[in-house]
Ligand binder design. Structure first.
Ligand SMILES: *[C@@H]1O[C@H](CO)[C@@H](O)[C@H](O)[C@H]1NC(C)=O
Ligand SMILES: CC(=O)N[C@H]1CO[C@H](CO)[C@@H](O)[C@@H]1O
Length: 496
């Protein structure tokens, strides 16, 4: 029975496996990869692309000109197989000149980027028409709801790559729940786990998070809510490739399969832990010497003593809360490296740090304004904990080095990830006001001290240390990519 789905029992969960077909062509695939216009999406899509290219497959990585220019360098051994393709971004009222990624915009303007993104359908169609060899697969993001219908005109199958863990997709639920007209209508209803989660879990939002999360169900300038996009994607694609593995998420992966009822098929692609070696090649010019200063300082610290603080490239806190965070760090007396960026759209005369902070904490820690190589900092022996916004990519990077986490989720699914990390005793959340999300310096200092130095934090340090075996196990993570490639090969597009 060629090209049929069969269930294969592997370990504790059932993973769906595509049986090899006798007519299978094992030649290299041509895979088109098209992420949402956000670096938090483009970078994991690029990791997946590099993984496929290392196996000899050809990649056409699609984005817009300024985004392509800002991508990290592709390692030279595989660069010839990764074709970076710039599609021109249409102009849209409300979208500032030169803004091509979410990082270029304050959050309220992102809706205009979604609208402009929808205008990429035409250049995308032209690309498919002209692509040679004809692509075998298109791997795309939640945002490109127009890809499956265009791809089907060319008879090319589509896979949705979820940079979110399967727990997030489970919480969102089956396509029938991807609108507020489903079972949940109000933010309050997102503050408890949905009924389809069949095992004990704290996966739910706090009220202040739920208020922000439910915006994903609302129409915006583009006329499509984020979850309407996701609904169309789930209905239109053949595979859902999730950045996950059964060693960490077996229960969630099994539940996601059940929710989607094999339409589409769920395939974990592994955690795709990035390689420190490659990130070293990816040198931004250290024009101010700030990066050298951070590493010089880190080299002089006691092993495992430093907390690395980074809230991602897009997460934004109000200036008041950044100040509380700063004062909490100071109060904790724990050595720190803080990667701090002034968010897009913040007035230039706003003081992002509290008065006198840098003088008072001289010697205790360093604040790096601008870009710093996160992976290399996390890999440094002096670092012993990670204060994070719980984006899935950052969480993976932290656990790859066995760091226990201090959790300060900010938006999208970060609250859910924080709850799950706390359930698993890998991290501790900074206590926040349920209604408005505010927090105080004392709470920050207490959470940092517990995770970094106090005896009560030992179970967290121990559990996170053990998870390093899973998150940094290149061999088993590579097996997931191999399995994914087999799925792609078994269902590649017919040529000619
Ligand atoms: C949040 O609520 C708390 C308690 O009601 C209040 O003290 C605090 O000022 C509020 N913070 C913001 C930013 O509204
Ligand atoms: C999910 C999303 O992007 N929602 C935005 C829709 O537009 C309003 C402004 O009109 C923003 O406040 C929301 O964040």
């Amino acid at each position: 029975m060629p090209r049929e789905l069969a269930s294969l029992n592997v370990g504790t969960i059932t993973i769906r496996h595509l049986l090899p077909s006798s007519t299978m062509d094992d030649g290299p695939l041509h895979v088109v990869v098209f992420p949402w216009l956000a670096f938090g999406h483009m970078l994991p899509f690029l990791e997946l692309s590099k993984s496929l290219a290392k196996r000899g497959h050809r990649i056409s990585f699609l984005s817009t000109p300024r985004n392509i220019q800002r991508l990290p360098k592709i390692p030279s051994q595989i660069a010839s197989r990764v074709n970076l393709v710039s599609l021109p971004l249409p102009k849209v009222d409300g979208l500032p000149e030169d803004a091509e990624a979410t990082t270029d915009l304050p959050p309220p303007k992102v809706q205009y980027l979604k609208k402009a993104n929808d205008g990429l359908d035409e250049p995308f169609t032209r690309f498919l028409q002209e692509a040679s060899p004809k692509p075998d697969w298109i791997i795309h993001d939640f945002s490109h709801h127009w890809i499956p219908p265009i791809a089907s005109m060319f008879e090319v199958p589509c896979a949705f790559f979820s940079i979110f863990p399967s727990s997030t997709l489970v919480f969102i639920g089956p396509p029938s729940e991807m609108k507020l007209g489903g079972q949940r209508r109000t933010p309050e209803q997102f503050t408890k786990p949905p009924e389809w989660i069949s095992f004990p879990s704290s996966a739910a939002f706090r009220l202040h998070e739920a208020q922000v999360f439910t915006e994903h169900y609302q129409n915006n300038a583009s006329g499509f809510s984020d979850f309407r996009r996701l609904e169309l994607i789930i209905q239109g694609c053949k595979l859902v490739a999730v950045r996950s593995c059964k060693e960490f998420e077996s229960d969630w992966l099994a539940l996601l399969e059940e929710l989607y009822k094999n339409k589409p098929v769920v395939v974990p692609v592994g955690l795709l832990p990035p390689h420190v070696q490659e990130s070293i090649e990816d040198v931004h010019t250290d024009t101010t010497g700030a990066v050298a200063q951070v590493f010089g300082w880190l080299n002089g610290q006691t092993p495992g003593s430093v907390v690395y603080v980074a809230l991602g490239s897009e997460a934004t806190l109000s200036v008041e809360l950044v100040h509380e965070l700063a004062l909490g760090l100071e109060l904790s007396k724990v050595p720190f490296v803080w990667a701090l960026r002034k968010p897009a759209g913040m007035a230039s005369d706003v003081e992002i740090l509290p008065k006198g902070f840098e003088v008072r904490t001289r010697g205790l820690g360093v604040v790096a304004m601008g870009w710093i190589p996160q992976l290399r900092v996390l890999a440094h022996p002096s670092v012993g904990g990670f204060f994070t916004h719980c984006g899935w990519s950052s969480t993976i990077e932290g656990l790859q080095f066995g760091h226990p986490l201090i959790l300060l989720p900010i938006f999208t699914d970060q609250g859910l990830i924080a709850r799950i990390m706390e359930d698993k005793k890998i991290g501790l959340e900074v206590p926040r006001n349920e209604e408005n999300g505010s927090f105080g310096r004392e709470g920050v200092a207490k959470a940092i001290r517990l995770i970094m130095v106090e005896e009560g934090g030992e179970p967290f340090r121990c559990k996170a240390g053990k998870l390093k075996e899973v998150f940094s196990d290149k061999e088993s993570q590579e097996c997931y990519v191999d399995n994914f490639v087999r799925c792609l090969q078994n269902h590649r597009a017919k040529q000619g």
